[in-house]
Every structure is written in structure tokens, then in C-alpha cells.
Design a protein around this ligand. Sequence first.
Ligand SMILES: NCc1[nH]cc(CCC(=O)O)c1CC(=O)O
Length: 315
Amino acid sequence: MTRVIRIGTRGSKLALAQTGTVADVLRATGVEIEIVTVTTPGDLSSAPIAQIGVGVFTSALREALLRKEIDVAVHSYKDLPTAAEPGLVLAAVPVREDPRDALIARDGLTLGELPPGSKVGTGAARRMAQLRALGLGLEIVPIRGNIDTRMRKVTDGELDAVVLARAGLARTGRVGEITETLDPIQMLPSPAQGALALECRAADVDVEHLLASTVDDEGTRVAVTAERALLAALEAGCSAPVGALAEIVEDLDAEGAVIERISLRGTAAVEDENGGIDMVRASAQGDLAEAEQLGRALAAELLDLGAGALSGPAQ
Ligand SMILES: NCc1[nH]cc(CCC(=O)O)c1CC(=O)O
């Protein structure tokens, strides 16, 4: 391809690192790349995300695509609204980083070692609800800001610990500061956590093919499709915090041959009998070709377990 491909990204350290990885892969195929930084409302405001609204980190990039100021938008997939944007296509989902959440605590402590009353910072309703449901007596402190700002609250002694996506720490070279990578049994990640979404204009078939043939990862795409289908179906029925994780696992078919299947776990907050918040969980397995149906079916199960009754803060 002789044209220069303009890749749009947010300007945060994490976003630039993510975009740099994608740009390196594309450059290695001989394509000329220009990186364009786009400032989003999410970068400018320090208000809680729930107040600024859906798509705070992604809509400015989508608008820049539609205005033809950029040719590719690199999003953190979990920040992308579930509604499709007319005129744009999801051209590729690169191989995912570790999707789990991570604890960064003082003195190298793990979650179980934090004494009751410890202050744990997070801004995500999903993480808050799951931390509370563990019943460890932790004090959950709502925080915002980029990775550096959040981590500093622990080094400064303002908080005992923070919970962040492991992927963001991996991409910015800070996994060494993690004191515990949280088991999904305790903390199910956000749908699509650790994955990137590469969008381009639907009419720009050259770029769509370029992305699909160079940076797309089939396994990640299948897993994330199941998680996002679960999220979309739950959004239609409730605004409770949602966690989901799909993994590709090996199973045996009726003849005993090894086949790959999707194993999907989901969780959503419900109100318990005392008016507090509890989490319901469900899991299911399905064929790789049925990722969407699997996500929707598991969402229906979570709604049956009471997820629909709660109208708490959104993601
Ligand atoms: N909502 C902010 C956001 N968007 C993507 C990541 C991390 C990278 C990823 O999950 O892909 C983060 C920070 C965090 O949740 O700790």
C-alpha cells in the first residue's frame, strides 16, 4: 500500500504504548505509518467516568475517523460502547494481554493479607462490587486518574492498595509492582479487558483488509465477542456492574477427538436481602462459532438470578 496510514490514539502513556505495538507490526509489513494523538473528554475531565458518560475515551477517536483525520482508531476494547458506530467497522482485534485484574498493595501484601479496614482504591463499579462481595472488611475508596496517578496513592501512603488492569501495567512496563494478580474466581475482569479494538471506516476496504490480515487474532476475537455479547444483553436489562471472561479451552467431541470450545464466566451485581450489594455468577461452555449466542444465554441466566432488579451505577 503506497498511502500513509494515519493511526489515531489517545495521548496517555498507556494508549501510546498500545498504539506503538500496533504500528510496529504494520511497519514491519512495509506500510508507512503516522501516529496522530487525539484528546478525548475523558482525558480532560477528572469527574467520575459514570458522570461523564459512555464513550468518553472513544467517541473523539470515532469522530476523527469519520472526519477522515485518521484512518485507524486504536481503542482499549473495554472502553468501547457496545453500540456499533454507523460508517465504521471493527477491522481487527489483536492478540490479548493477560485480562486479569491486579492488586498493587503496600509492603507487598496480597488481598487476603490486607487487614480489615484497609483502604483499597478503584474507580470501577464492577471492581467495587466484587471487592465488597469478598467480605474482607476493606474500605473501598473511589479514585480516578491515569495509571501513574493511581499507583502513587499507594506509594504516598494515601491508600493501602489499588486494583488495576494487569494489561495496562504490562503495556507500560510496571508488572514488577504488582503484589497479586487476582484470580478470576475473586475478581472477574471487565468484558474485553486487555484487548484492543482497531476501527476503520467501513468504506476503506484497503485499510480493513490490511488490519484483518496483519494484526487480527482469531482466538481473542472469539473470546471478546462472547464477553461483549453478555455485556450488551445485560445492558439492555439492567445497569448493574458486569464482569465477564471467556477462555478457549480444549474438550472432546462425541468421537473423542480434541476440539476447542469457549468457556465463559460472567458476574453481575444484585441487591441482597439487607439492601447491600452481592454478586451473582454463572458459567457456560459453547462452540467457537456460537460466541454471541453463548454470551446472550449467560446474560439471560444472570438476569434470572436477579441481575435485572438492580439499577446501580453503570460500568
Ligand atoms: N478504563 C480505563 C482503562 N482502559 C483500559 C485499561 C487497561 C488496559 C486494558 O484493560 O486493556 C484501563 C485502566 C484500568 O482499568 O486499569
